[in-house]
Design a protein around this ligand. Structure first.
Ligand code: DHB
Ligand code: FE
Length: 279
């Protein structure tokens, strides 16, 4: 049977991708940020996931105001790196797992989560930067990826509670897929950041550390957190953190924290990273 064996949370800042692509990771600005991923890169080489369910948000690359799916699961074979204005990132195409993706779509929809099914989409930094952080610069990504895009760009974003419940439904779907597969689920985005307006540059370390702590030990508090609290405490883009709750919901009640990294600043954000094992 397929099994979710671990969960990863990480920020997905575009400048992190540029730092790797341009060979700047050893620069004094970037080195401490990347050092926090060294442990994970070794760990994931040993874990060898077959498939990653990669929860991310599109930043007006594949979707725009014409089409705003709240939860979109990508069921295709292949996804190209999106052109976000300076050409596509020089990374391999992302290979999907259509059979598992369609199974998750069916299982979640029959459990009354109204997923949008996407067969063709380019994937932006929200998806490719986490892959780069975990796997570096390989010729091909070492696993299949099921992109799960969440709308956190245009209000209303889904609630944290709904995200957590979707994670639980995804875990049930994976558990009922017959092929033996080592599946990971990643939640990306965050942490505190605001990219525009008078509070641009906002970072709230106290909020972020409490979020990291409670993602591990008290996700019930985070499930109940209102959008307004994310906005007030973590800035307008802090709402990306609801995507971490999809990952957390898929891991079950108790988890073991295997690794943590928190670094300020990464571009305009606080960079957070957790590796969790269901217990
Ligand atoms: C930045 C961070 C993001 O998460 C994003 O999607 C775009 C920009 C930034 O810090 O610059
Ligand atoms: Fe983002």
């Amino acid at each position: 049977m397929a099994r979710i064996t671990s969960g990863v949370a990480t920020s997905h800042v575009p400048a992190i991708g540029a730092a790797v692509d341009l060979g700047k990771t050893a620069d004094p600005y970037w080195a401490p940020l990347f050092a926090g991923y060294d442990w994970t890169k070794e760990w994931i080489k040993a874990e060898k996931p077959d498939v990653v369910i990669l929860v991310f948000n599109d930043h007006a690359s594949a979707f725009d105001m014409n089409l705003i799916p709240t939860f979109a699961i990508a069921c295709g074979e292949n996804y190209k790196s999106a052109d976000e204005g300076w050409g596509p990132r020089p990374v391999p195409d992302v290979k999907g797992h259509p059979d598992l993706a369609w199974h998750i779509a069916q299982s979640c929809i029959l459990e009354e989560f109204d997923m949008t099914i996407v067969n063709q989409m380019d994937v932006d930094h929200g998806l490719t930067v986490p892959l780069t952080l975990m796997f570096g610069q390989p010729e091909n990504w070492p696993c299949k990826v099921i992109p799960l895009a969440v709308n956190v760009v245009t209000y209303p974003a889904p609630t944290g509670n709904r995200c957590y419940a979707l994670g639980e439904a995804i875990a049930r779907a994976v558990d009922s897929f017959e092929e033996d597969l080592n599946v990971q689920i990643w939640g990306t985005g965050g942490m505190s950041h605001q990219l525009q307006g008078p509070r641009a540059g906002l970072i709230n370390q106290d909020f972020d550390i409490a979020y990291l702590d409670d993602l591990v030990q008290d996700p019930e508090r985070l499930r109940k957190m209102d959008h307004i609290e994310y906005l007030r405490e973590a800035g307008s883009e802090g709402i990306e953190l609801v995507m971490w709750l999809i990952m957390r919901g898929a891991l079950g009640e108790n988890v073991k924290e295997l690794h943590r990294h928190y670094h300020v600043p990464g571009s305009n954000t606080a960079v957070g990273h957790l590796v969790l094992r269901p217990e």
